[in-house]
Design a protein around this ligand. Structure first.
Ligand code: CAA
Length: 387
Protein backbone atom coordinates (compact mmCIF):
# COMPACT_ATOMS: atom_id res chain seq x y z
CA UNK A 1 0.00 0.00 0.00
CA UNK A 2 1.33 3.42 -0.96
CA UNK A 3 -0.26 6.60 0.40
CA UNK A 4 2.01 8.92 -1.62
CA UNK A 5 0.53 11.20 -4.27
CA UNK A 6 1.87 11.02 -7.82
CA UNK A 7 3.89 13.94 -9.14
CA UNK A 8 0.89 15.04 -11.23
CA UNK A 9 -1.43 14.92 -8.21
CA UNK A 10 1.02 16.96 -6.15
CA UNK A 11 1.18 19.51 -8.97
CA UNK A 12 -2.59 19.96 -9.13
CA UNK A 13 -2.80 20.19 -5.32
CA UNK A 14 -0.06 22.83 -5.19
CA UNK A 15 -1.51 24.84 -8.09
CA UNK A 16 -4.98 24.71 -6.52
CA UNK A 17 -3.61 25.75 -3.11
CA UNK A 18 -1.73 28.68 -4.56
CA UNK A 19 -4.75 29.89 -6.53
CA UNK A 20 -7.16 29.34 -3.63
CA UNK A 21 -5.03 31.13 -1.05
CA UNK A 22 -4.01 34.01 -3.34
CA UNK A 23 -7.21 34.65 -5.27
CA UNK A 24 -10.12 33.16 -3.34
CA UNK A 25 -9.32 33.41 0.39
CA UNK A 26 -8.99 37.23 0.35
CA UNK A 27 -12.45 37.71 -1.21
CA UNK A 28 -14.35 34.87 0.50
CA UNK A 29 -15.81 36.91 3.38
CA UNK A 30 -16.96 39.68 1.05
CA UNK A 31 -18.81 37.29 -1.28
CA UNK A 32 -20.32 35.50 1.72
CA UNK A 33 -21.60 38.85 2.98
CA UNK A 34 -23.08 40.02 -0.32
CA UNK A 35 -24.15 36.63 -1.67
CA UNK A 36 -22.94 37.82 -5.07
CA UNK A 37 -21.75 35.22 -7.61
CA UNK A 38 -17.90 35.36 -7.81
CA UNK A 39 -17.77 35.50 -11.60
CA UNK A 40 -14.20 36.79 -11.86
CA UNK A 41 -12.51 34.16 -9.69
CA UNK A 42 -14.59 31.43 -11.34
CA UNK A 43 -13.43 32.69 -14.74
CA UNK A 44 -9.81 32.47 -13.57
CA UNK A 45 -10.40 28.96 -12.19
CA UNK A 46 -11.62 28.00 -15.67
CA UNK A 47 -8.46 29.39 -17.25
CA UNK A 48 -6.39 27.20 -14.94
CA UNK A 49 -8.30 24.08 -16.00
CA UNK A 50 -10.10 23.68 -12.66
CA UNK A 51 -13.57 23.43 -14.25
CA UNK A 52 -12.87 20.14 -15.98
CA UNK A 53 -10.28 18.26 -13.97
CA UNK A 54 -11.47 14.78 -15.00
CA UNK A 55 -12.56 15.83 -18.47
CA UNK A 56 -10.30 14.24 -21.13
CA UNK A 57 -7.99 16.70 -22.88
CA UNK A 58 -9.75 16.14 -26.24
CA UNK A 59 -12.84 17.78 -24.68
CA UNK A 60 -10.91 20.67 -23.20
CA UNK A 61 -10.28 19.31 -19.72
CA UNK A 62 -7.20 18.56 -17.65
CA UNK A 63 -7.51 14.77 -18.09
CA UNK A 64 -6.71 13.93 -14.46
CA UNK A 65 -8.30 11.33 -12.21
CA UNK A 66 -10.76 11.51 -9.32
CA UNK A 67 -7.91 11.86 -6.81
CA UNK A 68 -6.80 15.02 -8.60
CA UNK A 69 -10.38 16.27 -8.41
CA UNK A 70 -10.64 15.52 -4.66
CA UNK A 71 -7.35 17.33 -4.02
CA UNK A 72 -8.59 20.35 -5.98
CA UNK A 73 -11.85 20.39 -4.04
CA UNK A 74 -10.13 20.25 -0.65
CA UNK A 75 -7.87 23.17 -1.55
CA UNK A 76 -10.64 25.37 -2.95
CA UNK A 77 -13.00 24.59 -0.05
CA UNK A 78 -10.27 25.38 2.49
CA UNK A 79 -10.30 28.92 1.06
CA UNK A 80 -14.03 29.19 0.39
CA UNK A 81 -16.73 26.53 0.30
CA UNK A 82 -18.99 28.52 -2.04
CA UNK A 83 -16.34 28.58 -4.77
CA UNK A 84 -15.83 24.84 -4.34
CA UNK A 85 -19.58 24.22 -4.73
CA UNK A 86 -19.64 26.07 -8.05
CA UNK A 87 -16.52 24.25 -9.22
CA UNK A 88 -17.89 20.87 -8.11
CA UNK A 89 -21.11 21.14 -10.12
CA UNK A 90 -19.25 21.96 -13.34
CA UNK A 91 -16.70 19.21 -12.77
CA UNK A 92 -18.83 16.43 -11.53
CA UNK A 93 -22.63 16.65 -11.45
CA UNK A 94 -22.79 18.29 -14.85
CA UNK A 95 -19.82 16.86 -16.78
CA UNK A 96 -19.65 13.32 -15.41
CA UNK A 97 -23.00 12.16 -16.75
CA UNK A 98 -22.34 13.53 -20.23
CA UNK A 99 -18.85 12.02 -20.27
CA UNK A 100 -20.09 8.63 -19.19
CA UNK A 101 -23.39 8.38 -21.06
CA UNK A 102 -23.18 11.01 -23.81
CA UNK A 103 -22.28 10.76 -27.50
CA UNK A 104 -19.08 12.27 -28.87
CA UNK A 105 -21.12 15.14 -30.32
CA UNK A 106 -22.74 15.82 -26.94
CA UNK A 107 -19.33 15.84 -25.26
CA UNK A 108 -17.95 18.26 -27.82
CA UNK A 109 -20.95 20.55 -27.70
CA UNK A 110 -21.80 20.46 -24.01
CA UNK A 111 -18.68 19.50 -22.07
CA UNK A 112 -15.94 21.41 -23.89
CA UNK A 113 -17.23 24.96 -23.17
CA UNK A 114 -18.00 24.06 -19.54
CA UNK A 115 -14.61 22.42 -18.94
CA UNK A 116 -12.90 25.65 -19.98
CA UNK A 117 -15.15 27.71 -17.71
CA UNK A 118 -16.48 29.64 -20.69
CA UNK A 119 -20.01 28.72 -19.59
CA UNK A 120 -21.39 27.16 -16.42
CA UNK A 121 -23.19 23.82 -16.21
CA UNK A 122 -25.82 22.63 -13.70
CA UNK A 123 -27.68 19.47 -12.67
CA UNK A 124 -31.43 19.44 -12.16
CA UNK A 125 -32.79 16.42 -10.33
CA UNK A 126 -34.62 17.74 -7.26
CA UNK A 127 -38.21 19.03 -7.43
CA UNK A 128 -40.28 20.83 -4.83
CA UNK A 129 -41.95 17.53 -3.78
CA UNK A 130 -39.00 15.18 -4.38
CA UNK A 131 -35.62 15.64 -2.70
CA UNK A 132 -34.47 12.43 -1.03
CA UNK A 133 -37.11 10.46 -2.94
CA UNK A 134 -35.52 11.52 -6.20
CA UNK A 135 -37.43 9.00 -8.32
CA UNK A 136 -40.73 10.64 -7.44
CA UNK A 137 -40.43 13.44 -9.99
CA UNK A 138 -43.24 15.14 -11.90
CA UNK A 139 -41.33 16.90 -14.68
CA UNK A 140 -42.70 15.32 -17.83
CA UNK A 141 -41.01 14.80 -21.20
CA UNK A 142 -43.19 13.66 -24.10
CA UNK A 143 -41.81 12.65 -27.47
CA UNK A 144 -43.35 14.62 -30.34
CA UNK A 145 -45.42 12.75 -32.92
CA UNK A 146 -42.73 13.15 -35.56
CA UNK A 147 -40.09 11.86 -33.13
CA UNK A 148 -37.78 14.86 -33.57
CA UNK A 149 -38.00 16.37 -30.10
CA UNK A 150 -39.34 16.03 -26.58
CA UNK A 151 -41.66 18.57 -25.01
CA UNK A 152 -40.60 19.05 -21.40
CA UNK A 153 -42.66 20.73 -18.69
CA UNK A 154 -41.94 20.89 -14.97
CA UNK A 155 -40.21 22.64 -12.12
CA UNK A 156 -36.80 21.84 -10.58
CA UNK A 157 -35.63 23.26 -7.29
CA UNK A 158 -32.40 23.85 -5.39
CA UNK A 159 -30.41 24.09 -8.58
CA UNK A 160 -26.83 25.02 -7.77
CA UNK A 161 -25.54 27.59 -10.30
CA UNK A 162 -29.11 27.78 -11.67
CA UNK A 163 -29.04 31.59 -11.87
CA UNK A 164 -25.89 31.63 -14.03
CA UNK A 165 -25.70 28.31 -15.89
CA UNK A 166 -26.17 28.02 -19.64
CA UNK A 167 -26.54 24.22 -19.83
CA UNK A 168 -28.42 21.89 -17.48
CA UNK A 169 -28.55 18.11 -17.22
CA UNK A 170 -32.26 17.70 -16.47
CA UNK A 171 -34.15 14.57 -15.42
CA UNK A 172 -37.78 14.07 -16.46
CA UNK A 173 -40.18 11.19 -16.68
CA UNK A 174 -40.97 9.87 -20.13
CA UNK A 175 -43.16 7.14 -18.62
CA UNK A 176 -44.82 8.12 -15.35
CA UNK A 177 -46.27 4.62 -14.86
CA UNK A 178 -42.77 3.10 -14.77
CA UNK A 179 -41.46 4.99 -11.69
CA UNK A 180 -37.66 5.24 -11.58
CA UNK A 181 -37.43 3.14 -14.76
CA UNK A 182 -39.43 5.79 -16.64
CA UNK A 183 -36.93 8.60 -16.02
CA UNK A 184 -34.83 10.00 -18.86
CA UNK A 185 -31.97 12.53 -18.86
CA UNK A 186 -31.65 15.52 -21.21
CA UNK A 187 -29.27 18.41 -21.78
CA UNK A 188 -31.17 21.70 -21.72
CA UNK A 189 -29.96 25.02 -23.09
CA UNK A 190 -31.12 28.05 -21.07
CA UNK A 191 -31.08 30.18 -24.22
CA UNK A 192 -33.93 28.22 -25.82
CA UNK A 193 -37.62 29.10 -25.47
CA UNK A 194 -39.51 27.42 -22.65
CA UNK A 195 -36.75 27.84 -20.06
CA UNK A 196 -37.19 30.17 -17.11
CA UNK A 197 -35.20 30.80 -13.94
CA UNK A 198 -37.34 30.96 -10.81
CA UNK A 199 -36.85 32.36 -7.34
CA UNK A 200 -33.39 32.42 -5.80
CA UNK A 201 -32.71 30.72 -2.46
CA UNK A 202 -31.33 32.83 0.41
CA UNK A 203 -29.07 30.36 2.21
CA UNK A 204 -27.43 29.82 5.61
CA UNK A 205 -24.02 29.09 4.07
CA UNK A 206 -22.20 28.79 0.71
CA UNK A 207 -23.94 32.08 0.07
CA UNK A 208 -21.92 33.06 -3.00
CA UNK A 209 -22.94 29.88 -4.77
CA UNK A 210 -26.11 30.90 -6.59
CA UNK A 211 -29.13 28.62 -6.19
CA UNK A 212 -32.60 28.89 -7.73
CA UNK A 213 -35.59 27.06 -9.13
CA UNK A 214 -35.85 26.49 -12.86
CA UNK A 215 -39.04 26.06 -14.80
CA UNK A 216 -39.58 24.39 -18.14
CA UNK A 217 -42.76 25.06 -20.02
CA UNK A 218 -43.23 23.29 -23.34
CA UNK A 219 -39.46 23.32 -23.74
CA UNK A 220 -38.64 21.63 -27.07
CA UNK A 221 -35.60 19.45 -26.58
CA UNK A 222 -34.17 17.93 -29.79
CA UNK A 223 -33.88 14.11 -29.54
CA UNK A 224 -30.13 14.41 -30.07
CA UNK A 225 -29.95 16.21 -26.69
CA UNK A 226 -31.36 13.21 -24.83
CA UNK A 227 -28.63 11.69 -22.65
CA UNK A 228 -28.49 7.91 -22.84
CA UNK A 229 -31.62 6.00 -23.67
CA UNK A 230 -35.21 6.47 -22.53
CA UNK A 231 -35.64 5.09 -19.02
CA UNK A 232 -31.90 5.21 -18.24
CA UNK A 233 -32.11 8.56 -16.46
CA UNK A 234 -32.34 7.38 -12.86
CA UNK A 235 -29.26 5.20 -13.29
CA UNK A 236 -27.45 8.17 -14.83
CA UNK A 237 -28.50 10.38 -11.91
CA UNK A 238 -27.30 7.85 -9.33
CA UNK A 239 -24.02 7.09 -11.13
CA UNK A 240 -23.30 10.81 -11.27
CA UNK A 241 -24.06 11.16 -7.56
CA UNK A 242 -21.64 8.31 -6.76
CA UNK A 243 -18.92 10.51 -8.25
CA UNK A 244 -20.32 13.80 -6.95
CA UNK A 245 -20.41 12.59 -3.35
CA UNK A 246 -16.62 12.14 -3.41
CA UNK A 247 -16.33 15.82 -4.30
CA UNK A 248 -18.64 16.83 -1.44
CA UNK A 249 -16.58 14.68 0.93
CA UNK A 250 -13.46 16.53 -0.25
CA UNK A 251 -15.25 19.84 0.18
CA UNK A 252 -16.10 18.88 3.77
CA UNK A 253 -12.44 17.98 4.38
CA UNK A 254 -11.39 21.39 3.04
CA UNK A 255 -13.83 23.32 5.24
CA UNK A 256 -12.80 21.20 8.25
CA UNK A 257 -9.12 21.78 7.56
CA UNK A 258 -9.58 25.53 7.44
CA UNK A 259 -11.44 25.44 10.78
CA UNK A 260 -8.82 23.16 12.31
CA UNK A 261 -5.87 25.28 11.17
CA UNK A 262 -7.53 28.47 12.44
CA UNK A 263 -8.09 26.76 15.80
CA UNK A 264 -4.48 25.58 16.06
CA UNK A 265 -3.23 29.09 15.48
CA UNK A 266 -5.69 30.48 18.01
CA UNK A 267 -4.85 28.04 20.83
CA UNK A 268 -1.15 28.85 20.43
CA UNK A 269 -1.76 32.60 20.73
CA UNK A 270 -4.82 33.19 22.89
CA UNK A 271 -3.88 33.67 26.53
CA UNK A 272 -6.11 32.80 29.49
CA UNK A 273 -5.24 32.27 33.14
CA UNK A 274 -1.66 33.26 32.38
CA UNK A 275 -0.91 30.85 29.53
CA UNK A 276 -1.84 30.03 25.91
CA UNK A 277 -5.15 28.12 25.97
CA UNK A 278 -3.45 25.27 24.07
CA UNK A 279 -1.84 24.41 27.41
CA UNK A 280 -5.20 23.31 28.86
CA UNK A 281 -6.18 19.68 28.62
CA UNK A 282 -9.81 20.40 27.69
CA UNK A 283 -8.58 22.34 24.65
CA UNK A 284 -5.99 19.65 23.87
CA UNK A 285 -8.74 17.00 23.83
CA UNK A 286 -10.68 19.06 21.31
CA UNK A 287 -7.60 19.48 19.10
CA UNK A 288 -6.91 15.73 19.19
CA UNK A 289 -10.52 14.84 18.34
CA UNK A 290 -10.55 17.36 15.49
CA UNK A 291 -7.25 16.12 14.08
CA UNK A 292 -8.30 12.47 14.23
CA UNK A 293 -11.57 13.13 12.38
CA UNK A 294 -9.86 15.34 9.80
CA UNK A 295 -7.28 12.66 8.96
CA UNK A 296 -9.87 9.87 8.84
CA UNK A 297 -12.17 11.95 6.63
CA UNK A 298 -9.36 12.69 4.19
CA UNK A 299 -8.32 9.04 4.01
CA UNK A 300 -11.87 7.83 3.32
CA UNK A 301 -12.28 10.55 0.68
CA UNK A 302 -9.05 9.78 -1.15
CA UNK A 303 -9.75 6.05 -0.93
CA UNK A 304 -13.17 6.57 -2.57
CA UNK A 305 -11.56 8.76 -5.24
CA UNK A 306 -8.76 6.24 -5.85
CA UNK A 307 -11.30 3.42 -6.15
CA UNK A 308 -13.52 5.21 -8.67
CA UNK A 309 -11.69 4.18 -11.84
CA UNK A 310 -10.79 0.77 -10.41
CA UNK A 311 -14.42 -0.02 -9.63
CA UNK A 312 -15.48 1.12 -13.10
CA UNK A 313 -12.83 -1.01 -14.82
CA UNK A 314 -14.03 -4.02 -12.81
CA UNK A 315 -17.67 -3.31 -13.69
CA UNK A 316 -18.47 -2.54 -10.05
CA UNK A 317 -20.14 0.41 -8.37
CA UNK A 318 -18.23 2.78 -6.11
CA UNK A 319 -21.42 3.60 -4.20
CA UNK A 320 -20.53 2.41 -0.70
CA UNK A 321 -17.08 3.98 -0.80
CA UNK A 322 -18.50 7.33 -1.96
CA UNK A 323 -21.34 7.31 0.59
CA UNK A 324 -19.02 6.36 3.48
CA UNK A 325 -16.65 9.18 2.52
CA UNK A 326 -19.41 11.78 2.19
CA UNK A 327 -21.20 10.71 5.37
CA UNK A 328 -18.08 10.62 7.52
CA UNK A 329 -16.44 13.72 6.10
CA UNK A 330 -19.57 15.87 6.35
CA UNK A 331 -20.20 14.85 9.95
CA UNK A 332 -16.51 15.39 10.72
CA UNK A 333 -16.77 18.87 9.19
CA UNK A 334 -19.75 19.69 11.42
CA UNK A 335 -17.91 18.39 14.50
CA UNK A 336 -14.69 20.22 13.66
CA UNK A 337 -16.30 23.55 12.76
CA UNK A 338 -18.46 23.33 15.89
CA UNK A 339 -15.39 22.78 18.06
CA UNK A 340 -13.58 25.57 16.23
CA UNK A 341 -16.33 28.04 17.15
CA UNK A 342 -16.19 26.79 20.76
CA UNK A 343 -12.42 27.14 20.97
CA UNK A 344 -12.63 30.69 19.62
CA UNK A 345 -15.31 31.57 22.18
CA UNK A 346 -16.87 34.98 21.51
CA UNK A 347 -14.52 35.49 18.56
CA UNK A 348 -15.87 32.27 17.05
CA UNK A 349 -19.35 33.78 17.11
CA UNK A 350 -18.20 37.02 15.52
CA UNK A 351 -18.48 37.68 11.81
CA UNK A 352 -15.05 39.30 12.04
CA UNK A 353 -13.44 35.86 12.13
CA UNK A 354 -13.90 33.20 9.42
CA UNK A 355 -14.80 30.30 11.75
CA UNK A 356 -18.49 31.19 11.95
CA UNK A 357 -18.55 31.02 8.13
CA UNK A 358 -16.90 27.58 8.16
CA UNK A 359 -19.56 26.44 10.65
CA UNK A 360 -22.40 27.70 8.42
CA UNK A 361 -20.80 26.34 5.25
CA UNK A 362 -20.14 22.87 6.71
CA UNK A 363 -23.84 22.20 7.28
CA UNK A 364 -24.71 21.90 3.60
CA UNK A 365 -22.33 18.95 3.18
CA UNK A 366 -24.70 16.90 5.38
CA UNK A 367 -27.63 17.83 3.14
CA UNK A 368 -26.90 18.14 -0.56
CA UNK A 369 -26.06 15.29 -2.94
CA UNK A 370 -27.98 13.08 -0.50
CA UNK A 371 -28.60 13.76 3.18
CA UNK A 372 -26.71 11.85 5.87
CA UNK A 373 -29.85 9.76 6.33
CA UNK A 374 -29.80 8.78 2.64
CA UNK A 375 -26.07 7.94 2.82
CA UNK A 376 -26.79 5.64 5.79
CA UNK A 377 -29.70 4.04 3.93
CA UNK A 378 -27.59 3.38 0.82
CA UNK A 379 -24.62 2.02 2.80
CA UNK A 380 -26.82 -0.28 4.89
CA UNK A 381 -28.80 -1.56 1.90
CA UNK A 382 -25.52 -2.47 0.21
CA UNK A 383 -24.12 -4.21 3.28
CA UNK A 384 -27.29 -6.17 3.98
CA UNK A 385 -27.67 -7.11 0.32
CA UNK A 386 -30.84 -5.13 -0.33
CA UNK A 387 -29.58 -3.43 -3.52
N1 CAA B 1 -25.65 3.44 -9.48
C1 CAA B 1 -26.35 2.82 -10.48
N2 CAA B 1 -27.64 2.48 -10.37
C2 CAA B 1 -28.26 2.75 -9.20
C3 CAA B 1 -27.60 3.37 -8.12
C4 CAA B 1 -26.24 3.73 -8.30
N3 CAA B 1 -25.56 4.32 -7.33
N4 CAA B 1 -28.46 3.50 -7.11
C5 CAA B 1 -29.62 2.98 -7.52
N5 CAA B 1 -29.50 2.53 -8.78
C6 CAA B 1 -30.52 1.86 -9.57
C7 CAA B 1 -30.97 0.60 -8.85
O1 CAA B 1 -30.13 -0.49 -9.18
C8 CAA B 1 -32.37 0.42 -9.35
O2 CAA B 1 -32.35 -0.15 -10.64
P1 CAA B 1 -33.05 -1.57 -10.89
O3 CAA B 1 -34.50 -1.36 -10.52
O4 CAA B 1 -32.82 -1.81 -12.34
O5 CAA B 1 -32.36 -2.52 -9.99
C9 CAA B 1 -32.86 1.85 -9.53
O6 CAA B 1 -31.69 2.67 -9.64
C10 CAA B 1 -33.72 2.32 -8.37
O7 CAA B 1 -32.93 2.21 -7.19
P2 CAA B 1 -33.57 2.04 -5.76
O8 CAA B 1 -34.59 0.93 -5.80
O9 CAA B 1 -32.47 1.93 -4.77
O10 CAA B 1 -34.36 3.42 -5.60
P3 CAA B 1 -35.04 4.04 -4.32
O11 CAA B 1 -36.05 4.97 -4.85
O12 CAA B 1 -35.43 3.01 -3.34
O13 CAA B 1 -33.86 4.83 -3.58
C11 CAA B 1 -32.24 6.55 -3.30
C12 CAA B 1 -32.98 5.58 -4.22
C13 CAA B 1 -30.92 5.92 -2.95
C14 CAA B 1 -32.98 6.93 -2.07
C15 CAA B 1 -32.05 7.75 -4.24
O14 CAA B 1 -33.33 8.30 -4.56
C16 CAA B 1 -31.16 8.82 -3.68
O15 CAA B 1 -29.94 8.73 -3.77
N6 CAA B 1 -31.78 9.90 -3.14
C17 CAA B 1 -31.05 11.07 -2.79
C18 CAA B 1 -31.04 12.00 -3.97
C19 CAA B 1 -29.97 13.03 -3.90
O16 CAA B 1 -28.83 12.73 -3.57
N7 CAA B 1 -30.34 14.25 -4.27
C20 CAA B 1 -29.42 15.33 -4.33
C21 CAA B 1 -29.62 16.05 -5.63
S1 CAA B 1 -28.23 16.88 -6.30
C22 CAA B 1 -27.97 18.18 -5.30
O17 CAA B 1 -27.76 18.00 -4.14
C23 CAA B 1 -28.07 19.56 -5.83
C24 CAA B 1 -26.81 20.26 -6.16
O18 CAA B 1 -26.88 21.02 -7.08
C25 CAA B 1 -25.55 20.13 -5.40
Amino acid sequence: MDFALTEEQEMIRDAAREFAQKEIAPVAARFDETGEFPAETIRKAGELGFMGIEVPEEFGGAGLDAVGYALLMEEIAAADAAHSTIISVNNSLYSNGILEFGTTEQKQKYVTPVASGEVIGAYALTEPQSGSDAGNMRTRAALSDDGTHYVITGKKSWITSGPVARYFVVFATTDPSAGAKGITAFVIDAERDGFRRGKGEPKLGIRASATCEIELEDYRCPVEDRLGSEGQGFRIAMTVLDAGRIGIAAQAVGIARAAYEASLEYVRERQAFGQPIGGFQMIQAKIADMKMRLEAARLLTLRAAWNKSRAKAAGLRNTTEACCAKLFASEAAMFITHQAVQIHGGMGYSREMPVERYFRDAKITEIYEGTSEIQRLVIARGEIGLR
